[in-house]
Design a protein around this ligand. Structure first.
Ligand SMILES: Cc1ncc(C[n+]2csc(CCOP(=O)(O)OP(=O)(O)O)c2C)c(N)n1
Length: 665
């Protein structure tokens, strides 16, 4: 087993294809149990072997764009034995992480960041006259990101030693789109490329071995024969090489050996196959870009029965669009992830995949909105962060009717901190003109989409979680919801829980638990049942907290003269504008207000409630529950909710503690 770049360097070169095969088998087998980015990693096995063979991390710096294709790098840098823990809590992260290995010089998860960051490494090296190499690997879709060009625009003026590998497999998650993709396609299908293999073989001959340096000028001439005219990178100050076969290990090794001698920025264009070596992934590159568990022999996955929020969005918008010619849908390279694939299928002329270009997508939507179209800008909450300035300066300031649909809002789970959607309330709530909402279930989701479609007073945003909800079936004819009106789900006189979106169902469970803690007569069966729940929790490692809960329960139950803890549950629906009337009403009539949200606590929904209480000089205690002020690691949602005290049991305990603290004052 290769467990370090040094052991890789010790292998005879003719054994490297066997190593590549073993790595492929390990990826296919392991990811069938863990899920993960299979296709992209199968495509970079040879590339990553060649890079580690020629360069020397951690001295040399490798940056991988998005870094979802970094599993092979993990394997070759001592983490192969832990691959089976990938994307699980406490295990390897699905992306590169500076804290995970000294070989990960830069973390990522969002696209388009590698070129600029790598240029920063190169500039720092030049400042201190360092010798190390900086190599960045970016997929063809990374070149649909505007920020990649901001980097390219600065390279020639910044450094003379900079190596970019363009890993061209023609796929983003879906098929790569736009003029740049076509440009790459023209290069690879040009007649000159037909002779590539022959020329590449000569190239390897020329630059083979140690003579490479002395032959540099010859190589230059040789390479120029396989250098195609009009390649945009040349105009940006790069020496462009390629395209070459990205699965040919000797060719890659010789090429990198040559490129590392160059005193000018170089871009190597390699051609790879996403999913190389695994038929199911080759057949469906989109599905196998990133997926859950599958059957390793066939690639089959379990059929999902309940539709996800994303799927509901796609079908619903497609239905609305059949009646309403003004509706258009925009995605930034995520047609399947956002569910818009079904919209695209039904309304191809009103569907826009703009590439990984969230900023452009937002501006594009602005222009459409001014001209009377109804753009639904459908982007994951975490990626919408990119478009912040456009939302402020273009959409909100001009009060444009752009509909922002934020998928994966809340904890995203196994993808980890780069993908959690925990900040969108924070970044939207301070912007004037925006209406923002979150549905409690799928039925309300469709009502909200309908409301958005019929709202014409400015920007309107919806956040909804990854995966499925409660399974509530949407109505045939969706309802228009009154903006800023919350929904009372359950009456209660002691505590009022304002539970945003997917936390409504948790809050209803909390209310049940609180009710069960209501009697302190030791002969009472309800109390015994409550105590047995606490003891049951004990066996799952919650002993201390459950005891504390029982103590809290006793006090509160006494304080409430054995009346029990009656919790009202409110579905706020609207993050902005808040239903201030409802908040005031419960603030005046309850001992405690609670807010629950699948969002960062800082500047979240609860903050809005606190501001209202303060504005109205209402002194009712407020307990805000959400994700703490730190980046939340990767792991399954249930594990992380348990760890951070966001299960129904933990929330009930917090409420009892808060009531107890209030009682003591
Ligand atoms: C800003 C941003 N938007 C969207 C994504 C989702 N995303 C992850 S990988 C990917 C496609 C990457 O394609 P490419 O760079 O060509 O690499 P490949 O997977 O084909 O190797 C996309 C769109 C992201 N990571 N970051």
């Amino acid at each position: 087993m290769i467990d370090s770049p040094a052991s890789l360097k010790g292998l005879p070169e003719d054994q490297l294809p066997t190593l590549a095969q073993e790595i492929r088998e390990q990826l296919i087998e392991t990811l069938s149990k863990t899920g993960g980015h299979l296709g992209p990693n199968l495509g970079v096995v040879e590339l990553t072997i060649a890079l580690h063979r020629v360069f020397e991390t951690p001295k040399d710096k490798f940056l991988f764009d998005v870094s979802h294709q970094g599993y092979v790098h993990k394997i070759l840098t001592g983490r192969g034995a832990q691959l089976s823990t990938i994307r699980q809590h406490g295990g390897l992260n699905g992306f590169l992480l500076r804290t995970e290995s000294e070989h990960d010089c830069y973390g990522a998860g969002h696209a388009g960041t590698s070129l600029s960051a790598a240029l920063g490494f190169a500039a720092a090296r030049d400042q201190r006259q360092g010798e190390e190499h900086v190599v960045t690997v970016a997929g063809d879709a990374a070149f649909t990101c505007g920020v990649s060009y901001e980097a390219l625009n600065n390279v020639a003026a910044t450094t003379k030693r900079f190596i970019v590998v363009l890993n061209d497999n023609k796929w983003s998650i879906a098929k790569n789109t736009g003029a740049i993709a076509q440009h790459f396609n023209r290069i690879t299908t040009s007649p000159a490329y037909a002779h590539l293999h022959e020329q590449a073989a000569k190239f390897v001959e020329w630059i083979g071995g140690k003579k490479a340096r002395h032959l540099a000028h010859k190589i230059e001439t040789g390479v120029k024969q396989i250098l195609l005219p009009g390649v945009i990178f040349e105009d940006l100050g790069f020496r462009y090489y390629g395209p070459i076969d990205g699965h040919d290990i000797p060719l890659l090794i010789r090429t990198f050996e040559f490129l590392k001698t160059q005193q000018e920025p170089v871009l190597l264009h390699i051609l790879t196959e996403k999913g190389k070596g695994y038929a199911p992934a080759l057949a469906k590159p989109d599905k196998f870009h990133g997926l859950g568990k599958y059957q390793p022999d066939t690639g089959e996955t379990d059929p999902s029965t309940t539709p996800t929020y994303s799927e509901i969005l796609g079908h619903t918008l497609a239905d609305f669009a059949t009646q309403d010619r003004a509706i258009v849908a925009i995605t930034a390279a995520m047609p399947t992830g956002t569910g818009l694939a079904s919209f695209a299928h039904q309304h191809p002329d009103r569907f826009y995949d703009v590439g990984i270009a969230e900023e452009h997508a937002a501006l594009f939507a602005s222009g459409m909105a001014i001209e009377g179209l109804k753009p639904f800008l459908t982007i994951y909450s975490t990626f919408m962060q990119r478009a912040f300035d456009m939302i402020v300066h273009d959409i909100a300031l001009q009060n444009l009717n752009v509909r922002l649909c934020m998928d994966r809002a809340g904890l995203s789970g196994d993808d980890g901190p780069t993908h959690h959607g925990l900040f969108d309330i924070a970044y939207l709530r301070g912007i004037p003109n925006i209406v923002h909402m979150q549905p409690k279930d799928e039925e309300e989701f469709v009502d909200m989409l309908w409301t958005m479609s019929n709202y014409h007073q400015g920007p309107i945003a919806i956040r909804y979680p990854r995966g499925t909800g409660t399974g509530a079936t949407p109505k045939k004819n969706p309802e228009l919801l009154e903006i800023g009106k919350a929904e009372l789900l359950r009456e209660g006189t002691d505590v009022a829980i304002f539970a945003l979106g997917n936390f409504c169902s948790v809050a209803l469970e909390v209310a049940e638990l609180l009710e069960r803690f209501k009697c302190c007569d030791s002969r009472c069966s309800a109390r015994n049942e409550a105590r047995s729940t606490a003891v049951y929790s004990d066996t799952r490692g919650h002993e201390h907290r459950s005891d504390a809960a029982m103590r809290g329960y006793n006090n509160i139950a006494n304080a409430l003269a054995q009346q029990g803890i009656q919790a009202a549950v409110i579905n706020p629906r609207w993050i902005k504008p808040l239903d201030t009337e409802m908040i005031t009403r419960f603030a005046k009539n309850s001992s405690l207000l609670v807010t629950l949200e699948d969002h960062a606590l800082l500047n979240g929904f609860g903050t809005g409630v606190a501001e209202h209480l303060s504005n109205e000089r209402l002194t009712t205690p407020l307990l805000r529950i959400g994700w703490p002020d730190q980046f939340i690691e990767h792991g399954s949602v249930p594990i992380l909710r348990k760890k951070y005290g966001l299960t129904a049991e933990a929330i009930a305990e917090k409420i009892i503690h808060a009531l107890r603290a209030w009682e003591k004052r």
